[in-house]
Design a protein around this ligand. Structure first.
Ligand SMILES: O=c1[nH]c(=O)c2[nH]c(=O)[nH]c2[nH]1
Length: 292
């Protein structure tokens, strides 16, 4: 029996980085969580403990902070590309890098130069994979919580001896959107693209009369691909944040779709990929070592 080392990567996870950029008295804040993973010819350290080719994860962390000082962080996609290309370009045995960045939003407190309030749970994300001189960018957002109080139905599903769910022509539809979209082409304006994709996701969720969350998922992805040619593929994960009608009949009251119980679990989880048939090849864009 032969035993061999399989795919591996290593790096520093969740480096917390906050930068303050000063423009006179007006400050600009960036709040990022950066994770670096390096790949390459790393058999020696695994097999013998020879660390000659191991760029320490501590060095990776320091590089994140030093890069944030040496030039403005800018858009997270650009920062991730800079970091990834640096590691691959600087160390002979490092042939690939995967840089994940989450951006936590802060809103300026109205009229204040240097005071902010946290925007909420939503995060802007990017995952950049560099391999040799190639690079792939997958951006997205996490935890964009949305709800519509009508314009959603769910009926026509099979009924068996275990089915209790009532059919409905008018329900609350709520979800926390996790979206990932894969970019294709060059010269992408990351900030504009992100803002536009987010706008399209929100508008489609609001406008599309929904017969299922699955139908809404497809419509959201389709709308992004129709309007944004720089996007090759959209992946969505939509937890169905159920709002159940409360039975008020024990109190002699009728519930005219007004009083709901917002359940937090279990929840339906609707996930899917929407893609163009002429999209550029995905390459290593989605490539993770999701072993655990
Ligand atoms: O939009 C929905 N899709 C489902 O698959 C489902 N299943 C369920 O119980 N409620 C819903 N709603």
């Amino acid at each position: 029996m032969a035993i061999t080392l399989g795919p591996n990567q290593y790096g520093k996870a969740e480096v917390r980085l906050v930068t303050v950029q000063r423009e006179g008295t007006v400050h600009h804040l960036k709040d990022l969580t950066v994770s670096t993973s390096l790949r390459g010819d790393l058999a020696a350290t695994h097999l013998t403990g020879d660390n000659a080719d191991v760029v320490a994860t501590d060095t990776q962390k320091n590089t994140v902070y030093a890069f944030a000082k040496e030039a403005p962080v800018g858009e997270i996609e650009d920062f991730a590309l800079r970091l990834g290309r640096h590691f691959v370009g600087s160390f002979e045995h490092i042939t690939g890098a995967r840089i994940l960045i989450d951006e936590h939003g802060w809103n300026r407190i109205s009229g204040h130069d240097h005071a902010f309030s946290q925007a909420g749970s939503e995060k802007r994300t990017t995952a950049v994979t560099v391999q040799g001189d190639q690079a792939w960018v997958v951006s997205g957002l996490d935890d964009l919580v949305v709800l519509k109080s009508t314009g959603s139905e769910f009926h026509g599903f099979p009924r068996d001896e275990y089915t209790t769910l009532a059919e409905t022509n008018d329900r609350i539809l709520a979800t926390a959107v996790t979206a990932r979209w894969r970019y294709q082409g060059d010269g992408i304006d990351w900030a504009t693209s992100h803002a536009e994709v987010r706008r399209i996701l929100l508008e489609t969720f609001a406008d599309k009369h929904s017969l299922s969350l699955q139908q809404t998922l497809y419509a959201m992805g389709e709308a992004v691909l129709k309007e944004r040619e720089e996007v090759a593929e959209v992946r969505l994960s939509l937890p169905n944040k159920h709002h159940f009608l409360v039975d008020l009949s024990p109190f002699g009251l009728k519930n005219d779709n007004e009083v709901f119980y917002a359940a937090d679990r279990p929840y339906g989880l609707i996930e899917g990929v929407v893609l163009r048939d002429d999209a550029e090849d995905a390459g290593l864009a989605w490539h993770t070592l999701a072993a655990f």
